[in-house]
Every structure is written in structure tokens, then in C-alpha cells.
Design a protein around this ligand. Structure first.
Ligand code: C2O
Ligand code: CU
Length: 455
């Protein structure tokens, strides 16, 4: 089992297992000896990578790898990131899901302008919550994320189960297979923007169908984030089921529950256990299965192999360990301010514009909110495609079909084709300008974004 134990992650963090060189995520050097402070340097720059096929692809990366680094932390740690922009255009870093102070959120001009080429910015904040988080640019997001700018933060609680674990960054990349280079961000025009561009190569930790070795019959925890700009990941392993134990905000208060095919929206995280089982040396395949997010999403698409899992040893019979329970109270919607939003598309002077109630973000008036206020947002889909709506800065709780609050913290909610979705949020602290937008980044860039002005 040598292959499994090659992951020294420093200090006393649980030892991630179940992965090997092919899917290794770089961990950055911590410049600060204080164990509760992580201080790192991070550079965004152009990077040539042998991503798919033989040739080198010019990508943009954090620190020279795609995905960028994986930052390992514990709840309550302070994270300091000395960031330098060596890209040819401005950028920012948004810490998706982390409840940061507003000025650390990476929303351009709220309050800081984007970081110009050659400039630096120091991000400095606490990591108050457990879970898998990720970071990505928030300026020309569709193009910059598609070019390879994304990384992860694993924030561990003290009582997490000890088990084999793999952090899996799911994404895709759009490459011209003739010259091996990235396709232009606007390839396919308006129709592609409406659908949301999906890359033609599916990546797991930056590789196409990498192989991991897993212990036969031993539970393996897959901590997954969908960093693709548009693609929904619906995953399947033949003859296997996934035991979902968590999501955007760490372990789930719902407790472990089995699903055949977990679905992960762009931006979302799913924490699930599989017990890979088969013959000694057999290889299982985790596949991407077309998911119906609107016209064209299942009609013209085939299944794709995402990850090969090579079984090591004769099958053991190891039970899934006890998963610590989390308690989350349902927010009350009594007295909440209500907002009903139509998610729309229209054409203005031949240009496709998406928005909330027909208004693109560059023309939108921010919604006013006050610290302590509770709001209920309902999004109605008027388009032919689903929208994963993400709120910055705050976790929220979904309302089910009967209007009951689901007591689980999430930061992204699916608004299905021809359907609607509602969530309740309470702004407990941290005034400032917070964004709410579709995480199909082509949609966000086309205008589908609003702002909440919290005072
Ligand atoms: Cu990951 Cu504004 O989003
Ligand atoms: Cu959308």
C-alpha cells in the first residue's frame, strides 16, 4: 500500500490518502511558523502545461500548476496570501464560500479596483468554517477561470473521520485539438454564451482521466469541487453508490445519505464516500454522465471517463466510519424581506444581455440590506437553461417545494429550467457590497449578477 501513503501534508493534519502523483495538488510553502497562521505567496501567470495530448498548452495558473495550490488549514486559522499579478490583464481573487470581510472578497471595485498587471495585493482573513472552499478570479471570470485559474482550501474541523481521502477538483478545458491551444473565450458566439461553454476535455485535478490507486473495499472520501465555468458534473461508478456526507459548508446536518449519481453544480462542493470494490487489480471508472440542465445538455453529449480507480489488494470489508453529526437550526422566514427575481435574457442592439429582471449587473441598482436583516430570495427561470445561483459572503438555506426551510448551509442553489428556487439568508455581520450571480460564468459575464449593499 505504498502508493497510498505518499502524502505528508505537514504538521498534524489528517493524512490524506488514496491518491498518488497523477492527481497530486501542490501545497504552498507556509512562511509563518505559528501553526494557526498560514502565510503564502501566490502568483498568477502564464504557464505552459502538457494538459491534454502531447503538446504544451499556454494556460494561466496560480503558481505554475492547474489546478493551483491546495491550502490546508484548520477551522479558525488565519490565512495571509501575498498575491502578485503577472498576467497581462487585471485580476482579483474571490474566496468562494469563505465568510471573509468584504474588502477581502475579490469583487472588483467593491471596494478595491482589480489588481493591475505587475501589482500586488495582500489577502488576510480568518477561515471561520469547516469545508472545502476554492478560489478563482472575479474579473472576466469566464475567460480567466477557463484559462486555469482556480485552487482549493481544505478547512478541517477537529473531529473529522480518519479515512482515505482525495480532494478532487473537477473542471474542463476548451482546446483546439489542432494546435493544442485554448479556444477563444467567445468561441461559438451568442448561442454558446446562452448554453454556457463546456470544454472539450474533462479534467480531474488538471488531468484527463488520471489513475488513482485505492484500497479494495476500504471507504474513500472524495471531497469534490466543480471549478468548470458551465459544466454540471453528474458522476457515476458502475455498481457503486456514493454516500454523501457534506457540501458547501462541511459535514452535512442531514447525516450520511446514499445517492447513485451525485450532481455538482459549477461552484458547488460535494463531499461523498465511495467504497471501491472489485477484483484485485481491477480498475473502476468514475464517469461524467450527461445531466439535463436545458436544451442541448443531454441530446448531443456522451459519457466521459473522469477518473480511473485501480483497486489494490483483495477486497477488504471496512465499514464507513462514524461521521460526526452537525446541528444546524433552520432560519426563520418570519419578517423577512422578500425579493422575487426573474432570470432573463434579451437582446440589446444585437448584443445578448442576461440579468435579474432584464437588468444586467452593470446597470443594476444594488439591493439595500441591513446587518441583522433576513431576506428571502426567489429566482424564477425564464430561460431554457438551469442557473446555479451563488451568493458571496454568506451561507444561506434553501426553501423546499412547500416553502419549508432546509436547515443546511449552502452557498449555491440550482434554479432549474422552467422552474424556480428560493433561499433564506440572514446577514449577521460584515457590511459591504456583496455579489449574487449565476455561476455559469458566461452568464455572469453576460450580466446575470446582482449586488447587495449591506450596511
Ligand atoms: Cu465562485 Cu462570485 O463566485
Ligand atoms: Cu446562468
Amino acid at each position: 500500500l505504498l502508493a497510498l501513503s505518499c502524502a505528508p501534508q505537514g504538521d498534524d493534519l489528517a493524512q490524506p490518502m488514496g491518491w498518488d502523483e497523477e492527481v497530486r495538488l501542490e501545497t504552498p510553502t507556509d512562511l509563518e511558523p505559528d501553526p494557526r497562521v498560514i502565510e503564502i505567496e501566490l502568483v498568477a501567470r502564464e504557464t505552459e502545461l502538457a494538459l491534454v495530448g502531447a503538446g504544451a498548452t499556454r494556460m494561466w495558473s496560480y503558481g505554475g500548476t492547474v489546478p493551483g495550490p491546495r491550502i490546508d488549514a484548520r477551522v479558525g486559522d488565519r490565512l495571509i496570501v501575498h498575491f502578485r499579478n503577472e498576467l497581462p490583464e487585471p485580476t482579483t481573487i474571490h474566496w468562494h464560500g469563505v465568510r471573509v470581510p468584504n474588502e477581502m472578497d475579490g469583487a472588483p471595485d467593491h471596494p478595491s479596483p482589480p489588481i493591475a498587471p505587475g501589482e500586488t495585493f495582500d489577502y488576510d482573513f480568518e477561515l471561520p468554517d469547516e469545508g472545502l472552499f476554492w478560489f478563482h478570479p472575479h474579473h472576466r471570470s469566464a475567460a480567466q477561470v477557463a484559462a486555469g485559474l482556480y485552487g482549493t482550501i481544505v478547512v478541517r474541523a477537529d473531529d473529522e473521520p480518519e479515512m482515505d481521502e482525495l480532494v478532487l477538483v473537477l473542471s474542463d478545458v476548451a482546446i483546439d485539438d489542432d494546435d493544442g491551444q485554448l479556444l477563444e473565450p467567445d468561441v461559438g458566439g451568442t448561442l454558446a454564451t446562452l448554453f454556457g461553454r463546456e470544454g472539450n476535455h474533462v479534467l480531474a485535478n488538471g488531468r484527463e482521466r488520471p489513475t488513482i490507486r485505492a484500497r479494495n473495499g476500504v471507504p474513500l472520501r472524495l471531497r469534490m469541487v466543480n471549478a468548470a465555468i458551465s459544466r454540471y458534473f453528474q458522476l457515476a461508478i458502475e455498481g457503486h453508490r456514493f454516500t454523501v456526507i457534506g457540501g458547501d459548508a462541511g459535514l452535512s446536518p442531514r447525516g450520511p445519505h446514499e445517492v447513485a449519481r451525485p450532481v455538482i453544480m459549477p461552484g458547488q462542493r460535494v463531499d461523498a464516500i465511495v467504497v471501491p470494490r472489485g477484483r484485485d487489480g481491477e480498475t473502476l471508472t468514475m464517469r461524467w454522465v450527461p445531466y439535463d440542465r436545458g436544451y442541448g445538455s443531454t441530446e448531443f453529449r456522451d459519457e466521459v471517463d473522469v477518473l480511473a480507480i485501480e483497486l489494490v489488494g483483495a477486497p477488504e470489508n471496512v465499514a464507513i466510519p462514524e461521521i460526526p453529526a452537525r446541528q444546524v437550526e433552520a432560519l426563520s422566514t418570519a419578517g423577512a424581506t422578500r425579493f422575487d427575481v426573474d432570470l432573463t435574457q434579451r437582446t440589446v442592439d444585437g448584443q445578448l444581455v442576461m440579468g435579474f429582471d432584464g437588468v444586467p449587473h452593470w446597470e443594476a441598482t444594488p439591493v439595500a440590506a441591513h446587518v441583522g436583516e433576513t431576506q428571502v430570495w426567489t429566482f424564477r427561470n425564464t430561460m431554457d437553461w438551469s442557473h446555479p445561483i451563488h451568493l458571496h459572503g454568506f451561507f444561506f438555506q434553501a426553501l423546499d417545494a412547500h416553502g419549508n426551510v432546509v436547515p443546511e448551509w449552502i452557498d449555491t442553489i440550482d434554479v432549474p429550467v422552467d422552474g424556480e428556487a428560493s433561499f433564506v439568508v440572514r446577514y449577521d455581520d460584515r457590511p459591504g457590497m456583496w455579489m449574487v450571480h449565476c455561476h455559469i460564468l458566461d452568464h455572469a459575464d453576460a450580466g446575470m449578477m446582482g449586488m447587495i449593499d449591506l450596511s
